[in-house]
Design a binder for this molecule. Structure first.
Ligand code: MRU
Length: 357
């Protein structure tokens, strides 16, 4: 079953007084448990512990987290603004790297602030959160359509982390191309890197691809170079958490190594990301904040300690791949290639001219 509209990893149940439902990704693939969240702190906690993860999904969850944080706020101007600012700050501080999180929070907050009175402010915030959810599904579809031709005759894909329906409200980013190719009957197969430390590739990407009936093989991260050397990979497709003005891209730790290895083998690496992942306020990747995770994520696997007690740990969640190692960036509005500041500026100018946000 190829997921056209996503798999409901993040969804809103009911009207304004409803709740956010998330598939708890920490439990997959062994258990499919749905969390029902009614408070901002519940959503923040789910984001921090990666129950919901992947840049677009985090953005959607944070949009509703903001709504949950202000739905019972005082309705006078000062009380409402205080609650809004506090809620926005709590959510934006949950995970620093994914640009979509701050983008979504700011969009919902701006919609509220632009409305004329107390009741309208709350209604506008809820509408903005719903719009982010609905647009994300449409954006995933567009990513798949814009990028699918990259896989014609080059359908043996290697990927890292999870960029499918669990990482978005729709069918995903990089995996959206794979799903679109499969829907069109193009030959496509995926080598999924396991993605230590939290194993999003092994646990989540393999679960999604197998469920969809896509030919998928799991490798440990260390096997990527040898699989490429064996001539078994046509291209590497990855997602992104934040893309700087020059195209430098932060994504799951290990993406940079994969990009170097792909380049050494003459294999193109494409980044697939919605425009909400670009941060045009920063010149290059050196300005991207990199989230540090808890040492236990490295010293343990599945709750079992594998390193000596008190081992010193460095645990960045993301790394930055320089633009020169990226063959192209697929967005919902087209493919940016070659990647560089001028091409990105032109792509955004074109999007504005066509009336896109
Ligand atoms: O720490 P995670 O699991 O949220 O990291 C996710 C990634 O790095 C994804 O590749 C990225 O968010 C793009 S998702 C469509």
């Amino acid at each position: 079953m190829i997921p056209e509209g996503g798999i409901g990893a993040v969804r809103w149940r009911g009207g304004p007084d409803g709740a956010l439902e998330l598939i708890d990704q920490t439990r997959l693939p062994l258990e499919t448990e749905v969390l029902t969240l009614r408070t901002l702190e519940g959503v923040r906690d789910a984001i921090c512990r990666l129950a919901v993860r992947g840049a677009p999904a985090i953005g959607v969850a944070a949009a509703f987290g903001l709504w949950l944080g202000i739905r019972d706020a005082p309705e006078d101007d000062v009380g409402f603004e205080e609650a809004l600012a506090r809620a926005a700050q709590r959510l934006e501080s949950a995970r620093p790297t994914a640009a979509n999180l701050a983008w979504a929070v700011r969009r919902v907050a701006a919609a509220a602030r632009a409305a004329p009175g107390a009741k309208e402010r709350k209604a506008a915030a809820f509408r903005a959160a719903l719009a982010i959810l609905e647009e994300d599904a449409a954006t995933c579809r567009a990513l798949g359509e814009q990028g699918v031709d990259l896989l014609r005759g080059r359908g043996r894909v290697m990927t890292h982390c999870n960029t499918g329906g669990l990482a978005a409200a729709g069918s995903g980013t990089a995996l959206a191309l794979v799903f679109e190719a499969a829907r069109r009957g193009l030959p496509v197969s995926v080598v999924a890197c396991e993605t230590r430390p939290l194993l999003q590739g092994a646990r989540l990407t393999m679960w999604e691809l197998m469920r969809a009936g896509v030919d998928a093989t799991l490798v440990c991260d260390n096997a990527a170079a040898s699989v490429m050397a064996e001539g078994k990979v046509d291209c590497v497709l990855v997602g992104a958490d934040r893309i700087a003005r020059n195209g430098d891209t932060a994504n799951k730790i290990g993406t940079y190594s994969l990009a170097i290895v792909a380049s050494a083998h003459g294999i193109p690496l494409y980044v697939v990301a919605p425009r909400s992942t670009f941060d045009l306020s920063i010149a290059d990747g050196s300005e991207i904040p990199i989230e540090q995770r808890s040492p236990e994520e490295v010293t343990q696997i599945g709750g079992v300690r594998i390193a000596p007690p008190r081992a010193r740990v460095h645990a960045p969640a993301f790394d930055v791949t320089p633009a020169r190692l990226i063959a192209g960036i697929v967005t919902e509005a087209g493919v940016i290639a070659p990647v560089g500041e001028a091409a990105i500026a032109a792509a955004f100018a074109g999007a504005k001219a066509r009336g896109a946000s």
